[in-house]
Design a protein around this ligand. Structure first.
Ligand code: SDX
Length: 426
């Protein structure tokens, strides 16, 4: 079917239809204003395709997630995070040589300019790490101003940002604890390096556990991209105005921070702790979440696209079982989370609204088990999501027919009125 028809008043309008590889077909309304004098209204853009993309596909009804055509389950099982980062940015899995070269770039660009160390001391001690990350990423343009779309060797640009964000995150953690920073090492893999920079110290050697390294790779893969979610749309918005990569990623970090989006993983742990401190009264909080009289929601539950179990939550839940027993961590918040899921998924309020655990429900438990503090959980989400944001920025910047993203509105303000001089105003 290549067109759609609709009647408005006495007129019949025909609009072209855009066909996908997978998923919903789209009615192309690009000429709706000129042909029918109308715009479309879609609160939250839940039914609006803002671009064509070949990076990620989510089937929300069936709980399917694919990066560049590969199922998330296969990627989590068989790949490292760096391999998946390459896949997202380049559109293909790397050969051994390509992966080695990308890993070399990650090492070569893992340090931040020593002048940036002073930026950390400018923040108050209890600054939120997402505020620091967003500011530090924007400032990278001052040190690397030459990156723009069509960059000759985008590999280095992508590797530089993926590597430095990991270093900035670890440095901000050390600074927040008043500890000396731990520099990256070229003999460690991406995830092992991060853990070492976070938890090693001159007085206590951090023993790198390969089970924890594997779980961190898998967690970052789960977060690596997710179609046109709120923060990715922010990245594409900046890219559409020809904003530079660092400015766009900083916008993505800021959008991700919201508690309805990536900030939910921190909100989940805070919610589980609140329930634990309230004698583990799970039924009380399930009822509270159903009550419209208050703003309380079950954080980590529900999703704008998944109306089935988020495949990432399924994998994270399994990871909780395996990793926590291997490293011998017994977290009472996991018991609360499991109970919450059990009670909610039997309750018609959640069943009828197709509200299931999403990616944020179990991932915070895993990061806690690794020693990551609660206020850094959304930073972990940002590190994982970075390759996806870079790929989405690149795809937008390279779009030959790309237009600046500038939506319309339904104006509901005051109609035109005559000006009233100040001495005549009531
Ligand atoms: C992420 O988009 C992405 O891909 C995002 C993400 C990614 O990888 O980038 O997947 C990451 O952001 C995951 C979502 C993390 N956020 C949370 O866990 C916060 C809690 N969840 C919600 O606030 C909510 O479910 C959203 C924001 C995630 C989705 O909102 P929707 O799809 O717009 O749903 P809605 O707000 O229209 O709610 C539909 C109904 C409403 O009730 P009724 O008006 O029909 O009576 O469901 C209710 C809502 O009140 N509802 C909830 C609920 N989520 C929705 N009620 C209680 N608890 C909840 N968590």
């Amino acid at each position: 079917m290549s067109s759609a028809q609709f009647k408005f008043g006495e007129n019949l309008f025909v609009l072209p239809v855009v066909s996908p590889t997978d998923g919903y077909m789209g009615i192309d309304v690009s000429r709706l204003r000129e042909s029918a004098g109308l715009v479309t209204y879609d609160n939250g853009m839940a039914n609006t395709a803002v671009c064509k993309s070949s990076i990620t596909y989510v089937d929300g009804e069936n709980g399917i997630l694919c990066y560049r055509g590969y199922g998330i389950e296969d990627l989590v099982e068989h790949c490292s995070f760096v391999e998946v980062a390459y896949l997202l940015v380049h559109g293909k899995l790397p050969t051994k040589e390509e992966l080695n070269q990308f890993s070399t770039y990650l090492n070569e660009h893992s340090m931040i300019h020593e002048d940036m160390q002073h930026f950390f001391t400018g923040f108050p001690p209890n600054s939120h790490p997402m505020a620091i990350l967003s500011a530090m990423v924007t400032s990278l343009f001052s040190f690397y101003p030459h990156i723009m779309e069509g960059d000759a060797n985008f590999d280095i640009t992508a590797a530089r940002l993926i590597s430095k964000v990991r270093t900035i995150a670890a440095f901000s953690y050390k600074k927040s604890r008043g500890q000396p920073v731990v520099y990256p090492r070229h003999d460690l893999s991406y995830c092992a390096n991060f853990l070492n920079m976070m938890f090693n110290s001159p007085v206590k050697n951090y023993e790198i556990n390969h089970h924890v390294v594997k779980a961190l790779n898998q967690l970052f893969i789960l977060h690596a991209d997710h179609e046109q979610n709120c923060s990715t749309t922010a990245v594409r918005l900046v890219a559409s105005a020809r904003g530079n990569l660092y400015a766009a990623i900083s916008a993505g970090i800021s959008a991700l921070w919201g508690s309805l989006h990536g900030g939910a993983n921190q909100a989940v742990i805070e919610m589980l702790q609140m329930i634990y401190d309230d004698c583990g009264d799970v039924p009380k909080y399930v009822e509270l979440a159903k009550n419209k009289e208050n703003r309380f929601r079950l954080m980590g539950f529900g999703h704008a696209v998944y109306k089935n179990y988020d495949p990432r939550a399924k994998i994270a839940k399994t990871l909780c079982d395996t990793l926590l027993s291997i490293i011998n961590v017994n977290d009472p918040l996991l018991d609360i989370a499991l109970k919450l899921e059990e009670v909610a998924l039997k309750d018609d309020y959640f069943i009828s609204r197709k509200l299931y655990p999403n990616v944020d429900f179990y991932t915070g438990i895993l990061y806690r088990a690794m020693g990551v503090p609660t206020n850094m959980l959304t930073v972990m989400f940002a590190i994982g999501r970075l390759p996806g944001w870079i790929a989405q920025w690149k795809e937008t910047a390279e779009q030959v027919d790309g237009k600046i993203i500038r939506p319309r509105q339904i104006y509901i303000g005051p109609s035109r009125s005559g000006f009233v001089p100040i001495d005549k105003r009531m």
